[in-house]
Design a binder for this molecule. Structure first.
Ligand code: SAH
Length: 368
């Protein structure tokens, strides 16, 4: 520690920002950006068409733009954001997890899950996470940095391209659902996540033309940010990672609970449900003898009943070295029955992708 009055030199942190990309910009900002390069404003629309409607970032495919201009536009507006470290597949290749390396070497993950009736992608909003939940692999490593809007969007663009090009068995398909349940706390990277939601849902070619109703934003329960999200007037679904109905246990499992209590988080969630017209999803990882007791199921049912809600029970996917494990089948069944007794809709999440360390930051953790 420097003594009072002592001069200290603090080297400026070499925090390089992710390269600016088309997907960081609103349609109006894209026009300004191409104008600044001495191009006609309509080039913005052409680039948007290539990126958001055709998923191509290769200047060789941009045949409506003079060849001499393509490289300059690519460098300024469609730079490479990430490269594939590896793909891992399971479930007959209908679940595919991708580990990405970003421009500064940071690693993040996304997962594509194909079901008979829908295709879901689980994406990351931050590299690492600062929320420190003890059962979550990402939480153990801490926060590295926020992803840019384009770094969030590009995970989806790549997934949609892979689906279109038939890289996932079952023939060409279109993406139906997006869940912000990869690495990071989306509401702690609010502006960039909101920008990503706009890019995902703006009609082609301004954006990808996906439905807001197919997007789920999952949060530990940052109350002011939930209220702010409600004010945006979106039709996205909110998921709240509750994991315990009582503050004593939730303080431990979801440490941000020491700041915003169960009661406050649920009140904010009901506000969001009201404004969006969507049922809130309550995420609850069942952990053997920790949060799966009959009295906790009953308390949860009493807190939730009568609200626009759906409970998603997730059998705990133990992180390496974890002292915790998933609930016994009979306790899981009793938990479901207790919620149903209160008339609360509940499903147990399928546990796809376990053998590819599909859960929550485990692949990036293994790489490190
Ligand atoms: N930070 C956000 C989104 C990322 S995690 C959030 O907490 O909601 C997505 C979901 O996976 C959360 O409900 C999280 O609590 C849960 N999760 C994390 N680690 C898990 C594990 N080991 N087993 C089961 N679910 C886990």
């Amino acid at each position: 520690m420097p003594k009072p009055g002592e001069l200290t030199f603090v080297a400026p942190r070499a925090a390089k920002k992710p390269p600016r990309h088309l997907a960081d910009l609103s349609p109006a900002e894209r026009k300004e950006a191409v104008a600044a390069l001495g191009e006609k404003p309509f080039r913005a629309k052409q680039l948007s068409q290539h990126y958001f409607a055709r998923y191509t970032t290769d200047p060789a495919d941009w045949t409506d733009i003079p060849a001499a201009r393509r490289e300059g536009l690519r460098d300024a507006l469609v730079p490479e954001l990430m490269s594939v470290v590896r793909h891992l597949s399971c479930d007959d290749d209908t679940t595919r997890k991708t580990l990405w390396r970003l421009f500064d070497g940071t690693l993040v993950e996304s997962v594509l899950m194909r079901y008979p009736d829908r295709v879901t992608m689980c994406i990351s909003s931050q590299a690492g996470c600062g929320m420190n939940c003890p059962f979550c692999a990402t939480g153990q490593a801490g926060l590295t940095r926020n992803l840019s809007t384009a770094e969030i969007v590009h995970q989806i663009v790549e997934g949609m391209r892979a689906l279109r090009d038939g890289e996932v068995p079952g023939g060409p398909a279109r993406l139906s659902n997006i869940v912000f349940m990869g690495m990071g706390e989306p509401l702690a990277n609010y502006n960039r996540v909101l920008g990503a939601i706009r890019r995902l849902t703006d009609p082609e070619p301004d954006g990808l033309g996906l439905s807001q109703r197919g997007i789920t934003v999952s949060t530990v329960g940052l109350v002011p940010a939930i209220n702010r999200l409600a004010d945006e007037g979106l039709k996205c679904r909110l998921a709240v990672s509750l994991h315990a109905p009582d503050d004593e246990l939730r303080d431990e499992l979801v440490p941000v609970n020491t700041r915003w209590k169960v009661r406050e988080v649920l009140d904010a969630a009901w506000g969001y449900a009201e404004r969006s017209g969507r049922r809130v999803s309550i995420e609850y990882a069942l952990i053997r003898d920790i949060n799966d007791q009959a009295w906790r199921a009953d308390l949860l049912g009493r807190l939730l009943k009568g609200n626009r809600v759906h409970v998603n029970l997730i059998p705990l996917n133990p992180t390496p070295g974890s002292k915790w494990t998933a609930s016994r089948p009979e306790d899981e069944r009793a938990f479901v029955a207790a919620l149903e007794a209160h008339g609360v809709p509940v499903t147990v999440r399928d546990t796809r992708g376990q053998e590819i360390e599909g859960a929550c930051g485990q692949l990036a953790a293994a790489e490190r």
